[in-house]
Write a protein that binds this ligand. Structure first.
Ligand SMILES: Cc1cc2nc3c(=O)[nH]c(=O)nc-3n(C[C@H](O)[C@H](O)[C@H](O)COP(=O)(O)OP(=O)(O)OC[C@H]3O[C@@H](n4cnc5c(N)ncnc54)[C@H](O)[C@@H]3O)c2cc1C
Length: 481
């Protein structure tokens, strides 16, 4: 595992980035200014949402804004994800309710539903041409039938079918072998196009954007309370710094080592030669509590499917602490072949085929599968720890599964938004709105109206809680992989 997770200089292709926009390598002509009011590091959904809310909340010339991006615009997780905006009002709500109580679960579920509506409103009002669709997500339980009663208000909008309704489940989901299904409001989008649109508006309003410019270090100025951001192209003094760096945060703020950890995931695009059967919803197919896929239908008839976890999760070196999104997780490559034929009714003779498979780094407190054998974990983690010169306990990369939002403890005027754990599309837009409120008004986290459990605190950063160790100690002896 790299202890300095800077973005890999070059990412591999993804469907979303197949026709890059004119801003992909954009650099504002003024270059790196010597000083700035607000520096945003990162140009994914987080960076784009931050700049959007900043410009919505103040006059364009009230504060100067600089965006620094290590590679091309939106070339991180946002340019390589599944495009699925799916509020997790059921599975996550259940987890949160049991760990943090019903109020916390309700707050997060409401926040995620509001986030989908806010993105839809943004796209509608700003005229972004990004294939946004508000739809229903059908979340199908395949290998098990689990009805979760989180008693969370938002789950009342969830339509749930299970057990004796098997025929109905099959009709509604269209998925072979479905044992239960949830259905609720969700969205899907072409993420790169949405972010490109956000930045085109920001640049038109005078925001300075510099792509292909990694920030190499952040340090406190000797003269005043500003922050010194070093790049190969110059140094800038910033009054406020907004970290939208996702998997790579620890390279600049070492306290995020093992708190926001790069891990890789896989997505694919499936195409059919003739007109395919209608897919009216987005879908998640859950095989068990750790193995699931998700897919969205595209207006061009293709389908973007993410997942394939069973093919690589056991091989820690394939995905854990690995920021190389140029290199495909090869074990996952053929997983999507015949996928629609295997799982969807009416697709058996569709000749659907895999058109493209890509990978991407996503910051997540690494979720080691419950089903991984102890000896497998030891086998892969020990060499990693030797590299990182750490003890086995640095498996504290199991953080607490929750996004990290707000002020970075001990660093005045540095703000963090990260740790979205593979689920950022459902959280980022409104998370940025809350952060911007703190940045511009100095209000407290509580007044930002962000979910209380997402607040970054020194307790969270120094917490001995170690999710991986908990899993590790409770692993079943036989893997289910
Ligand atoms: C394969 C895959 C599939 C996914 N599918 C889904 C999905 O369907 N639904 C969902 O909700 N979520 C999904 N996610 C997660 C989702 O994509 C992320 O949560 C979200 O995009 C995070 O946005 P971000 O802007 O915070 O991070 P990113 O998009 O990763 O942006 C961070 C940016 O910071 C830049 N950066 C980092 N360090 C520096 C530095 N030192 N200097 C300058 N720039 C720097 C990076 O180059 C990068 O462009 C998926 C992720 C992956 C990888």
């Amino acid at each position: 595992m790299t202890s300095k997770p800077f973005p890999h200089p070059k990412g591999g292709p993804s469907f979303w980035r197949s026709a890059p926009g004119e801003l992909d390598n954009y650099r504002s002509p003024e270059g790196i200014p010597p000083q700035i009011d607000i520096a945003i590091i990162g140009s994914g959904f987080s960076g784009g949402s931050l700049v959007t809310h900043l410009l919505n909340s103040m006059a364009a010339d009230e504060k100067s804004i600089l965006v620094l991006e290590a590679r091309e615009l939106c070339s991180g997780a946002t340019g390589r994800n599944g495009g699925h905006l799916k509020p997790d009002v059921y599975n996550m709500a259940s987890y949160l309710a049991s760990k943090h109580g019903i109020d916390a679960a309700t707050e997060v579920a409401d926040f995620e539903l509001d986030n989908v509506r806010a993105v839809e409103e943004y796209v509608r009002n700003s005229g972004a041409d990004c294939d946004f669709f508000l739809t229903r997500a059908v979340d199908v339980q395949l290998g098990y039938d689990r009805l979760i009663d989180a008693s969370v208000e938002s789950t009342k909008s969830v339509f749930y079918l299970h057990g004796k309704d098997a025929e109905m489940i099959f009709k509604i989901s269209g998925i072979k072998g479905a044992k239960g299904a949830f259905s609720y409001t969700a969205g899907h989008v072409w993420p790169y196009k949405m972010i490109h649109h956000m930045f085109s508006r920001a640049i038109a309003k005078g925001v300075n954007v510099q792509t292909n410019t990694p920030v190499l270090s952040i340090s406190q100025s000797q003269e005043d309370d500003r922050w010194v951001l070093k790049t190969k192209r110059g140094t800038v003094l910033a009054k406020q710094v907004l970290m939208a760096t996702k998997a790579y945060t620890a390279a600049l703020l070492p306290e995020y080592h093992n708190k926001i950890i790069p891990s890789r995931a896989v997505c694919s695009r499936i195409v059919t030669p003739s007109s395919p059967p209608l897919l009216p919803n987005t879908y998640a197919i859950r095989f068990n509590d750790w193995d699931f896929d998700y897919l969205i239908p595209r207006p061009d008839g293709s389908i973007v499917v993410g997942g394939a976890r069973r093919t690589y999760l056991k091989r820690l070196e394939d995905w854990y602490g690995n920021v190389n999104d140029e290199d495909l997780i090869k074990r996952a490559k053929h997983y999507f072949d015949g996928y629609m034929q295997r799982h969807f009714r009416g697709w058996e003779n569709s000749s659907a085929r895999t058109d493209q498979v890509w990978t991407g780094s996503e910051s997540s407190p690494a979720l080691l599968p419950k089903t991984t054998r102890k000896k497998d974990i030891v086998h892969f983690i020990e060499p990693l720890n030797k590299t990182a010169n750490n003890s086995l306990l640095v498996m504290g990369y199991s953080s607490d599964r929750l996004p990290r939002l707000g002020r970075v403890p001990g660093r005045d005027n540095i703000f963090i938004m990260g740790g979205f754990t593979g689920h950022g599309m459902s959280q980022v837009f409104l998370a940025a709105k809350g952060i911007v409120q703190m940045v511009l008004t100095s209000c407290s986290y509580a007044d930002s109206k962000l979910p209380s459990v997402f607040e970054e605190t020194s307790e969270r950063l120094s917490s001995p809680e170690n999710f991986v160790m908990d899993l590790f100690n409770n692993l079943p002896s036989e893997p289910r992989l």
